[in-house]
Design a binder for this molecule. Structure first.
Ligand code: SAH
Length: 359
């Protein structure tokens, strides 16, 4: 069995990955009253209990019985806190020893958590640190949720937005992603509004279409990063499987099905995709779509040669898109004084065995 199979087997008995009806069935099979399920569900998803022993409204006998099904709770290895803006980057250890990273950001409109959906990633985007060691395994729904729960507990803050933009390709872990979203937005649990959840994908077209049919109210962010297939294929292997026309058609379909405006992410790399011609070509491709472009000056990754454009080039690119009638924002860079790009904290840890030595 590989690490993924082992993890899936764990999922069948992972109480924190179960919906409330599933947990009720599970409790019935254990010979317990179904109302116990509601109590346990609240302990896990509302009170964010970190052990069965903390679930004090359950009898001691039941708590002992539950110990046979290890509660998924992530262990905080480290947290790096930005002196500039209070951004916190967490490294968590999973129960099989793998490590993942998550980020907490404070904005004017509330607090946001960026979570990982996989340990590692197999998509191979050239500028991204998360993919360098390949995919280790998918995360279970409970492991996605618990990143948020542990951060809530650590910061004491109310989390108003969740973005699935950390390590991993969420649509490559589709079933667990959907279950995660349902649990996160369940009125009996954390009860986050679907509108406050964003899922970012490199563009797995059939999965975008499948997701559209779910008619969720989440925001879909597409990592576009290039104005045409030639440049996109140079940066992202997935672009060799699905061309931009197919991808944009799937985005239009997503909007038709859900009424939700698409976000296009565009990482600007000096000399590669940041010219005026690139901006105009991009505008031509997406004009008329109900969309929004988020420009991200690329975070240089040690192992890669990509360079961040200067601020003037970024602003010019934005202006050129705006002149063509495209909605656009420049992503504010958060926590720039702590291990910058996605996946770098985890990589530094894997290489040295110590967090914070990757600079
Ligand atoms: N796999 C998903 C989500 C994870 S990455 C996806 O591809 O969308 C989240 C975003 O950060 C993506 O847009 C990704 O392309 C971008 N990204 C990754 N590495 C980056 C880097 N070094 N600089 C800027 N953006 C980066």
């Amino acid at each position: 069995m590989n690490e993924n199979d082992i993890s899936m087997e764990r999922q069948a008995q992972d109480l924190k990955s179960m919906t409330l009806p599933e947990l009720s069935e599970f409790m019935k099979d254990l010979g317990e009253k179904p109302f116990r399920a509601k109590q346990i569900y609240e302990w896990m998803h509302v009170h964010r209990a970190s052990s069965y022993q903390d679930m004090t409204s359950l009898s001691r006998a039941l708590r002992e019985k539950l110990e046979a099904y290890p509660l998924t709770v992530l262990e905080q290895v480290t947290v790096q806190i930005s002196k500039i803006d209070g951004t916190r980057k967490y490294l968590f250890r999973l129960d099989d020893g793998n490590v993942i990273e998550s980020v907490f950001m404070r904005y004017e409109h509330g607090c946001s958590v960026c979570i990982s959906s996989q340990a590692g990633c197999r998509m191979g985007c050239r500028f991204c640190a998360s993919t360098i060691g390949g995919l280790v395994r998918n995360l279970r729904p409970s492991e996605m949720l618990d990143q948020i729960y542990r951060i809530c507990e650590d910061t004491g803050e109310k989390i108003s937005n969740v973005v699935v933009m950390g390590t991993g390709e969420p649509l490559d872990n589709y079933d667990s992603l959907l279950r995660f979203i349902r649990l996160l937005t369940d009125e009996n649990g954390m009860n986050l509004s679907q509108r406050n959840v964003t899922v970012s994908t490199c563009g797995i077209v059939p999965k975008i279409r499948e997701l559209a049919k779910e008619k969720l109210q989440i925001t879909l962010a597409i990592s576009l990063h290039a104005p045409n297939d030639e440049k996109r294929r140079d940066l992202m292997p997935i672009a060799r499987r699905y061309d931009m026309e197919e991808l944009l058609a799937a985005c239009r379909y997503y909007f038709e099905q859900t009424g939700r405006r698409i976000t296009f992410e565009y990482s600007l790399t000096a000399g590669k995709n940041d010219s005026a011609a690139d901006a105009y070509e991009l505008a031509g491709r997406i004009k008329g779509m109900n969309c929004h472009v988020n420009l991200i000056p690329v975070n240089p990754v040690r192992e890669r040669e990509f360079k961040r454009p200067d601020q003037r080039a970024v602003v010019n690119f934005k202006n050129n898109l705006e002149k063509s009638g495209i909605n656009v924002t420049i992503r504010r860079s958060m926590g720039s004084d702590i291990d910058g790009a996605c996946g770098q904290l985890r990589r530094g840890f894997l290489e040295t065995g110590h967090p914070g030595e990757s600079e």
